[in-house]
Design a protein. Sequence first.
Length: 133
Amino acid sequence: MKKIEHIGIAVSDIEKSNLIFSKIFGGNCYKSEVVESEGVLTSFFQIGENKIELVSSTNDRSAIHKYLQKNKEGIHHIAFAVEDIFSEMGRLKKEGIRLLNENPKRGADNKLICFLHPKDTNGVLIELCQEIK
C-alpha cells in the first residue's frame, strides 16, 4: 500500500454537505460524479495531498443507502492507494482477509476499487484503489 488515498464520508444530502464542507475546507469540491456500479453520487475535496470523498446514495439498493438506514452520517471508509490491485487482493486473501468483491470494480475518480470485509479489519471498511491508466 502506497498511501491513504482518501477518507469517505457518508452523507444523506450531498448538496447540503458540499456547502458545509466547502465552508470548512475553504474551497469547493473539485469533482462530482455518479458511480452507477455502487449506486452513489460522490464529491471530492482536495486538502493538500489528501482527499475527502462525500458519498450519497442514488437508489435504495446501494450500500450507502443501507448504511445510512442503520448509522448516522459520518466516516464510512478509508481508502488506500495501491500499485497493483490484483496482487494486493491476492496477498490479502492469502492473509485470511475477506474481500467484499472478488474482482475490482470501476469506482469514482478514475480508480479500480475493492473493499475489504470490515469483520476482518476491526470494523473499519477499507477500500483499495488503483489509478486506471
